[in-house]
Each structure stands twice: as C-alpha cells, then as structure tokens.
Design a protein around this ligand. Structure first.
Ligand code: GLA
Length: 729
C-alpha cells in the first residue's frame, strides 16, 4: 500500500515534459495548485508559456499560446525564460555579457533538461541553455515544493571561452506573467520604522526595488514584495504572487510592464558597481529567487510561505526556541559583573530560559562603554568583567538558566586595537576621508584572513565557554566607500563580501549546528531567506513600542513565520505591561526590562504570561496563522494561530485606536476551524485582579465562529485580550 502511494505521489509530482511536435517541447513545473509552464520552440527558444492555476490535463498547456493571440514579432523574446541581451531582445535583460573577444551579444537556446525527485514533495528541474555562437551557457534551476506551492529559481553561468568574460548583469530569474492588471505591494523603512507597506498599480515601464547598502541591505527597502493579479488581493481573496531574493547583500528586482501588458519580473544580485569577471570553467551561481502564488488572497500565500520556511529553509524551523531576558535596554553599556549576576537571578525569577548579555562586555585599550569605541576587540573588558564571561555562564547554570551573548563581528570602531593593527582589513577608500555609520566601519569579509578572524570570534566564545547557548549577531552599519585592500578587482567587492559572510556562517554552522542565533541588524536591516538558513530568528526592529509592533509584525508575518520573529517586552511605548507582553507573545517571546522595576502585579502578570506562553507557544510557532482584523482598517487588530488538527488555537486582539468609543463593536470572524466541530472560547493571560468580560459558558460550532464570529470585547478598558479556543471532545 505504501509503495503504491509512493508511486502515485511520484506520478503526481513528476515534472513531465510533453513533446508537442517533433521539435517543440512543453515543460510544466507543477505544484499543488499551480503550474509554471515553459516551452522550447522549434528554434529552441525557451519561453514562459504560463504561470498560474494548474490544469487537470497537461496536454492542454500547448493550447495556451493560441488562446492569447499575442503574435507580434516580438512575442517570442518578450516571454523568454531567461532573457539575454545584445541580440534580439530589447526589454530588460536577465543577463548581459561581454565575451572574451569583446563582443556584447548573447543568445541562449534550449539544449536539454533534467528533473530530479528530491523526496519530501521537492523536485528540481534544471534546463541547460547554450549560446549557438559562443562557448557560453546558463543552467536554470527550478526547485519546486509541491505542497507549499513555492518555487526557488536560480541560474548557474559558465563558459569555456579563451579568456575571461565580463558579466554585467546576472539575474537569478525572470518571470513573465499574464493578467489584466498588476498591483505591487512593496516595503520601505528606516531604523525603528521597518516594513512600511505601500500598494500601487503597476504602470508601463520599469519599477525597481533595490538596495546598494552592501550590508544591512534591507534597511531602506526589503527585497520581499507581493504582486496581485487583476485586482488588489485581500486577505482571503484574489490571486497574489509573493517574491523574495534569498540574499543578504545588494539586490535588484525590476518589475517591467511590457508593451503587451504582461509583467516581467527580473530579480537578482544588484549589478550596481559589480561587473563580474568570469574565468573559463568557473561557475557563477546566483542566489535563489523565491516565489509562491496563491489564488485565495494574501493569507493563504503567507501560510504557504511560512510552512515552506519552517520545513525547508529556516535553521531548525521545526524545533524549540528559548525565551530570554536581554540586558540592552535595562543597562545599555553601564554594567559590571555584580549587576549582571543580579540580572541572571532576575532571569530565573521571571521564568524565562536564558539571559542574553548585550553590547558593552568587551575591549580594554578602548573600552566599549559607548558606541564610539572598542568594536573589534572581542576580549572581555577586565574592569567590568574581571573574571571573564565564564563566571557569568556558571552563574547562569547555578540559576538553572542558559547564557547567550551579543556580537557584531563584521564591524570595527576606528577607535579600537583591531583598527590600529589591521587597517588593511577595513572597508574604506585609501585616499578619501572615512565616513561612519554609528561610529563604525565594516570589515573586509572578501579577505580570507578577515573571514578567519570573524569565525574565530565565535569559535573562541564557544571553546572558552562550553555552555554558551545563544548568539545575537548584529550588523549596525552600511558600507560607505566600498573598497577592499585585498581584492584586485574592486568590481567584485560587493559579491565577494557576501560570499565571505556566507563562508563564515557555513563554517560556524558546520561546527555549531544547533546553537540558536538571532539575526539582528540595528533592528531589521538584514532579514532575508539567504541569512535565515544560518539563523533561527531575526530581530524585526529596535522599535518595540507594542502599538508599532502590531503593525510591523503584521507585515513581516506575510513573509516570515512567527517562530522567526524575536519580540521583546521593553519600556518603549505607553502601553501597560500586559499589552506589551501579549504583543511579544505573537512570535518568540523575550524581555528587555528591569525586572526589579516591575510592581508586584506586573511581575506576577509576566510570570504567569510566560507560563501560559509555554503552554501555547507550539501553536504560535508551528500552527497556521490567520489575520482576522487588520489594524490598518479598523479599531482593532486580531490575529489567530490554529494548530494543524484544528483543535486548539490562540487569538490575540488589541485596540489600535484610542478615539472615543473605539473597540470591537462587531464580532470578529474566525478562520481555519473545523466547521462541524464545537469549540469553547476562554480568555487567558488576564491581568491579576481582573475578570473576563466574555461569556465562557457557551459553546459554538466552527461554522458559527467563521460565519458570524466572536466578540473579544476589546475596548478602552480592555485594550489587549488573549483568547484560547479549544475543540470540545
Ligand atoms: C543594535 C541592536 C540593539 C542592541 C544594540 C547594541 O542597535 O538592534 O538591539 O543590540 O545594537 O549596541
């Protein structure tokens, strides 16, 4: 039986190619709902015939070209699967080269394709394209995840010409999509204002989303985006594509509405100041471009992506996480061993798993007592910590909590021994004035010696402190004056920097595969799926005002699962501790407060909330996330997490408007329940001394809750309400 099922499954997921005529070939890449259909025509041009809802009969894809009747001379280049430049195509290319002989033209023709079943519903299709004139080739890879409807696409560029070829552009992918109109949702931001969304109709021409910041590349513009087809998608309706480049450096995504009203999306490493000299027989491997397509609105697209991320991308995406107490906002740089020992005791008292020591613990000649000095000198500061880190790790163990530490190993303050000893390790223009971002400069990770240094920072911490259980890896500066004293070819700098960073992260992960690491970048300046292969979680923003966080976490959640979102309770904002804690519980909970400053009831609330959180965190981390009431559209925000079995869930509700009479006037419609089952709703995480305003004695069918809804009774007196929903057996 199992064997038969396996055969059936293989048949279902198999990427088949259908020879339509002797020379023409149709190659569909099918997932649960969708098909990306490629066609190699008689002249061996490889085009994108279709991307959309899949058909029951694969043979019918061949009829698509007729249905569209777009038969201008140009059609056969406008929909190219990977658009070369310098010959017939005059639209935005995916690839531009100068050959060894100085010629600028490229033509790519289909040669062959191969598909592999990688198991677990994952398939990999590779298509070899070659230039008929030059010894130049591109292999396109499509890794498709059947259940999640996700595709990762990348290219490997290679040649055997007599000498080097210059790559001027080298996108990961280009898509070609047909619809009546297209609506782009894009993001912008800055420090403490991450993930601000904007939606607009795409007009003819090219809209570019990009970064040239080098490190912290997502600070002003994240690489994630959505495109709605035909009309703006809502939470539960409409066709919407999500896209993201799996890369932590400069990226560029061009969205070109072409002369036939079709959308071309070309995404890859930003070629800004980065012409790449490719040696014969060298593989240039682009990062993956990730996309998913949903026909049931943004909510379903986000659940697909979250499921994919947990199962296939994020480090230990299906494993446990640690709750923590961080000392950054409790002490800033002002602490010593005794103060930290007290905080470790508070960690235990609060009831979280780990104490996280933040910035300020290192450097001696130029002590790290502020952000102006010491970065790069990773020896514990003898004045603050005369007995080193080890004694703190032991103190944590004595208090039955774990210990974690902050580092920012890619960076250096000009006021540091590292800068004095290795000025050539610093990214700067030799003949120009230095420019600083947060008083610091970036180390040249293209240099293998610098890679060794950064690896050693982490390796030493672990080898000297065996019990170290967590790393917060920060990255607070962008790259000004991009120049490497090590590289001969400066045009390779941005690319080699990222290769260097990933090399270090790979080395760390091969030696320390399971240690949780938070990806921080002065807030959310570096959140992407290239990095999340090495990190268990990210820091969305230094802005922890819970009201702001409701909006920010809402937007992040479209692309990243709750388990990756490190949310800390701090003193930002005017909201009471319950509100702050409840918002932080919609992800991976942490605290960054002075526990001693909490009054008795607030402390009691936090302690109880942590216990409650431990009882439902699995649902938040691994369940399905449903957005019920959008904070940008009304007085309240409401977010639900329901387990796979549809038997348990937790629903967070907040007042986001302080005007008179604001609140949950109407019931909130639930989602993701079993319509036929009966449920009971209770209020949890109540502040000490308060009683619930909801009637917990009633039971409701899933149908009722999804059709009529439930009123969480959110109002000026009850600004944050957490509900537990449970199926009655
Ligand atoms: C960045 C981080 C903060 C904190 C400081 C320390 O700003 O985002 O959380 O770690 O650095 O300097």
């Amino acid at each position: 039986m199992r064997f038969a099922l396996k055969v059936l499954w293989t048949l279902v997921v198999c990427i088949v190619s259908i020879p339509v005529s002797a020379q023409e070939e149709i190659i569909p890449i099918t997932t649960a709902e969708n098909a990306m259909v490629l066609k190699a025509d008689q002249k061996k041009n490889l085009s994108i015939l279709y991307y959309g809802r899949k058909l029951g009969n694969n043979n019918e894809y061949a009829l698509i070209s007729q249905a569209y009747k777009q038969t201008s001379d140009y059609t056969e280049v406008a929909d190219a699967a990977y658009t070369p430049s310098g010959s017939r195509n005059l639209l935005e290319p995916a690839i531009t080269v100068t050959h060894a002989d100085g010629n600028n033209s490229l033509d790519l023709r289909y040669v062959q394709h191969e598909q592999k079943d990688l198991g677990n519903g994952v398939n990999q299709l590779s298509i070899l394209l070659k230039d008929p004139v030059y010894n130049f080739q591109v292999t396109l890879f499509y890794k498709s995840y059947y259940k999640q409807d996700v595709v990762e696409q990348w290219a490997v560029i290679r040649h055997t010409e007599k000498s080097n070829v210059t790559l001027h552009k080298y996108a990961s992918a280009n898509l070609h999509i047909k619809a009546k109109s297209f609506w782009l949702t894009q993001y912008h931001g800055d420090w403490a204002k991450e993930m601000q969304s904007e939606t607009s109709r795409l007009t003819h021409g090219i809209k570019t989303l990009d970064s040239k910041l080098g490190t912290r590349a997502n600070l002003f513009q994240p690489s994630v985006f959505m495109v709605s087809l035909d009309q703006p998608a809502t939470e539960d309706e409409g066709t919407v594509l999500y896209g993201a480049l799996e890369y932590s450096g400069n990226f560029k995504t061009d969205l070109e509405l072409d002369y036939q009203n079709n959308l071309r999306i070309i995404s890859g490493i930003n070629n800004y100041a980065s012409a790449y000299t490719l040696k014969p027989n060298e593989d240039f491997v682009t990062p993956g471009f990730l996309y998913t397509l949903s026909h049931n609105g943004k909510g379903s697209a986000s659940r697909k992506l979250q499921d994919w991320a947990r199962n296939f991308k994020v480090l230990d995406g299906k494993k446990d996480r640690l709750t923590l107490l961080n000392n950054w906002e409790a002490t800033y740089f002002d602490f010593d061993e005794n103060k930290l020992k007290e905080l470790i005791k508070d960690t235990k008292k609060l009831g979280v798993d780990l104490f996280l020591l933040d910035d300020g613990w290192f450097a001696n000649k130029y002590p790290r007592n502020g952000d102006v000095a010491g970065l790069g000198d990773w020896a514990p500061n003898r004045k603050k910590l005369p007995n080193g880190i080890g004694t703190l790790v032991k103190e944590a163990a004595n208090n039955q909590v774990k210990f974690g530490i902050w580092i920012e190993p890619e960076m250096v303050n000009p006021k540091s021994e590292l800068y004095e000893q290795h000025p050539d390790w610093v990214v700067k223009q030799p003949q120009r004035a230095e420019h600083y971002f947060r008083n610091q400069l970036v180390l040249d990770l293209s240099n293998p010696k610098v890679q060794d240094f950064v690896f050693k920072v982490v390796d030493d911490l672990f080898s000297q402190n065996g019990e170290l259980a967590y790393i917060k890896w920060d990255c607070n500066a962008v790259i000004y004056n991009a120049h490497s004293a090590y590289l001969k070819n400066q045009s390779h700098f941005y690319i080699e920097y990222m290769r260097g960073l990933y090399n270090v992260l790979k080395r760390i992960r091969s030696k320390y595969p399971a240690v949780p690491m938070m990806l921080c970048s002065g807030g959310g300046g570096r959140v992407d799926y290239g990095a999340l292969e090495y990190f268990t979680e990210f820091w969305p923003s230094d802005n922890t005002d819970p009201l702001e966080r409701i909006f920010m976490q809402w937007e992040y959640s479209y692309f990243y699962p709750a388990i990756t979102s490190a949310n800390h309770v701090t003193d930002w904002g005017k909201q009471p501790v319950k509100f702050r804690t409840d918002v932080a519980m919609m992800g991976k909970l942490g605290f960054d407060i002075v526990v001693k400053h909490l009054n008795e009831k607030d402390l009691q609330y936090c302690q109880n909330a942590i216990k409650q959180y431990n009882s439902f965190k699995d649902i938040v981390w691994f369940g399905k996330q449903y957005r019920l009431a959008n904070p940008t559209e009304g007085d309240i925000a409401s977010m639900a997490y329901i387990n796979e079995e549809q038997s348990k869930g937790v629903i967070f509700n907040y007042l986001v408007n302080n005007r008179y009479g604001s609140g949950s006037i109407y019931p909130v419609r639930l989602k993701g329940l079993d319509a036929a089952a009966k449920y009971r709703i209770t209020e949890i995480c109540l502040y000490p001394g308060t009683k619930t305003s909801i009637d917990e004695s009633k039971t409701y069918s899933g149908e009722f809750l999804m059709t009529i809804g439930f009123n969480p009774v959110v109002n000026a007196q009850r600004t944050s309400v957490v509900l537990s929903i449970e199926k009655i057996r």
